[in-house]
Design a protein around this ligand. Structure first.
Ligand code: SAH
Ligand code: SF4
Ligand code: F3S
Length: 476
């Protein structure tokens, strides 16, 4: 042991800052040997939380001297931030691991790192240990802040390092993050979930619900605003229960009204509210606010009261419809989107009919429809009456068909209007167009100069193309 190692700080984030410097020194050595900068490639699966986590992971890697690349094959470090909410997410990770094995044969110095929700499942760890020895480092959702320390250990020792914690010990603030977009950012307001919907693995892999202190969140939003961020998305699995376990008890409505006051922030979004907890205070603030976007993602999951009960969702079909219609009445131009699961155990054609009925009555602006996926350890996985694949395929098609009809019907309602759009990027298919996002989350593509990326501009919605618009920039 040398002198520096004897003084490793025990508090965070000081300890990680220490390891970031040590890793940076090691990376500088390796980079001198190879005569070039070391590169890293990050693949992110899953939800907005994972996307935000990946920004933090990239922040740490950059602080340690890596530069980001989109050339996965030749990268010095490949990190996969995984999701396990449905089995197909897991299968994609195993598929990619197979491909990476080939890359590592060509480039034995490549480091392969796995983290995220899938790593919180003990059987996944067993499988990787047994069948994927080429993975160098594994950590879970509760210690992403430790990447520098874990990477340092791996680089030094060269062996497979596994560090997965079953519960979060603390919320570590002030970890560097490298934003994907300069002008918008996710902001975690809470971690974990205590709802235990019976199909869902998230509470098991993300741990118990923990809210960040309001002042930490507001400081972060202020810093983001100062660095040019115009839109923030407040992230949590059930944002309505924000503040319950803060030192000073507070609420999501309070948080929204405080974020509203921050200069420079022009738009506020949030994800995800739970229908059982969405209260009038939040609806009032959304209605009065000049900044909160008129978009509510309100997951329905099922329209059948019987299935909702089995799902442990704590609302009925009628309560959901009343809530959604009430929101529409109070905020007439709001877009309501949702998530729907098809094929929950014991689900029948009548249950799906109920789901279709809710879709018709609420007229969702958009909906993500998922085939039910059995997750080990969840109550639904051991329920009797698992449904057949043929049933799921058939019913999924019915749901999707109606969802698409509704989305088109809703999208066309704003044809001809002029609205504000936050310009996000150059259109993928036609570089003469920019893509902007409206407050209601619809996308509009319009001819404009790329210098407008990151700006909020006025666009006339000239032509509805089903789920998106073509538009024309309006000088203001
Ligand atoms: N906390 C959020 C989102 C969690 S995961 C919420 O409550 O809505 C995102 C979506 O994945 C869920 O809304 C649900 O529709 C879907 N999902 C979760 N577990 C699933 C499973 N086992 N099978 C299929 N879809 C699932
Ligand atoms: Fe999963 Fe339900 Fe928690 Fe959402 S609220 S993360 S669906 S358990
Ligand atoms: Fe997936 Fe984890 Fe998000 S399981 S959906 S990445 S919380």
């Amino acid at each position: 042991m040398n002198g520096i190692e004897e003084q490793i700080p025990v508090t965070e984030p000081e300890r990680q800052n220490h390891y970031m410097q040590k890793t940076a020194a090691l990376v500088a050595e390796l980079s001198a040997k190879r005569g070039r900068k070391l590169t890293c490639y990050i693949a992110t699966f899953g939800c907005q939380m994972n996307a935000r986590d990946s920004e933090k992971l990239l922040g740490i890697l950059k602080a340690a001297g890596y530069v980001e690349t989109d050339d996965e094959r030749n990268a010095d470090l490949v990190l996969m931030n995984t999701c396990t909410v449905r089995d197909n997410a897991n299968q994609r990770v195993y598929g990619r691991l197979g491909v990476l094995k080939g890359y590592k044969k060509e480039n034995p110095d490549m480091r392969i790192i796995l983290c995220g929700c899938m790593m919180q499942e003990p059987e996944v760890i067993e499988k990787i240990k047994k069948s994927y020895p080429h993975v160098d480092l594994i950590f879970g959702t509760h210690n992403i802040y430790m990447l520098a320390e874990l990477l340092y250990t791996q680089l030094k020792e060269g062996k497979q390092v596994i560090s997965v914690k079953s519960e979060a010990e603390r919320i570590v603030e002030d970890i560097p993050a490298e934003r994907k977009y300069a002008f918008k950012s996710g902001v975690n307001i809470m971690f974990g979930c205590d709802n235990f919907c019976s199909y869902c693995i998230v509470p098991y892999v993300r741990g118990r619900e923990r809210s960040r202190e309001m002042n930490e969140i507001l400081d972060e939003v202020k810093r983001l605003a100062d660095s040019g961020v115009k839109e923030v998305m407040l992230l949590g699995q059930n944002v309505n229960s924000y503040g319950k376990n803060c030192l000073q008890k507070t609420s999501f409505a309070r948080l929204l009204s405080e974020v509203e006051k921050i200069d420079g922030i022009r738009r506020i979004r949030f994800m995800t509210p739970h229908p059982k907890d969405l209260n009038e205070d939040v609806i009032d603030i959304m209605r009065a606010s000049k900044k909160i976007c008129h978009h509510l993602h309100l997951p329905l999951q099922s329209g059948s009261t019987r299935i909702l009960k089995l799902m442990n969702r704590h609302y009925t079909k009628e309560q959901y419809i009343d809530l959604a219609l009430h929101v529409r009445e109070r905020i007439p131009d709001i877009a309501i989107t949702t998530d729907i699961i098809v094929g929950f155990p014991t689900e029948t054609v009548q249950d799906i009919d109920d789901t279709l009925d809710v879709i018709k009555r609420v007229e969702f602006d958009n909906a993500f429809t998922f085939e039910y996926s059995k997750r080990t350890g969840t109550p639904a996985a051991s329920m009797e009456g698992q449904v057949t694949e043929a049933f799921v395929k058939e019913q999924f098609a019915r749901v999707l068909d109606l969802v698409q009809t509704c989305s088109k019907k809703r999208a066309v309602l704003v044809q001809g209007q002029t609205m504000e759009a936050l310009t996000e990027e150059v259109n993928e298919h036609d570089p003469s167009l920019l893509t902007g996002r409206l407050s209601n989350n619809l996308l509009v593509h319009f001819p404009a100069d790329p210098s407008l990326i990151g700006e909020i501009v006025k666009v006339e919605l000239t032509e509805c193309r089903g789920f998106y618009y073509l538009g024309r920039l309006v000088q203001s």
